[in-house]
Write a protein that binds this ligand. Sequence first.
Ligand code: BG6
Ligand code: MG
Length: 214
Amino acid sequence: MTRFKAVIFDLDGVITDTARFHYLAWKRLADAEGAPFDEAFNEQLKGVDRMGSLELILARAPRSYTSAQKLVLADAKNRHYQELVATMGPDDLLPGALRALQEVRGAGLKIGLASVSKNAFTVLDRLGIRDRFDDVVDAAAIANSKPHPEIFLTAASHLGVDPADCLGVEDAAAGVASIKDAGMVAVGVGDPAVLARADYIIPSMQRFRLADYG
Ligand code: BG6
Ligand code: MG
């Protein structure tokens, strides 16, 4: 039925639409700082950790910033993001996400989550799905953000599964790179032009089917 022993999911943009909340919070910050910001540029931020994203945004601003100023900005963005997350509940799973988790569990595979977000556990709790994962690797557990493979390799190690036996699911180019460089098979969720390195691309989680991936 499937050759995989585990599936490792990204969170933001795969399980729930928090990618939209990150976008809105970064957009407000970028506008206030006079840095150009649109959906296309935002694609480069997906899967990138908070300070890394801020650096990319501020590199396009008309002035420079001290480290202390950057921390203030990152904190303000995070508070805005957390206000948006506080409105979430179990109805905010992306269509198809719960079915995918059920399908993977039903097939007897392990389920991991790999998110560079420091808010990953809060989001899982708002969605009421923390206990659906055998292991969660968040920002606190890794030294290198995506596209580095550390986060997916750590998840595979925690699950006790060889990376070659893992399927990774991602909505970000940086995330797909992380999966591929970990030696896993990648399913990209979204735009084929953005997710070119993925082995399989689906337009949304509604199209996730384990049997389609070998
Ligand atoms: C990733 C998102 O999952 O987490 C990025 O794709 C985000 O957009 C990153 O910047 C860090 O999130 P947080 O919650 O730690 O600021
Ligand atoms: Mg994502």
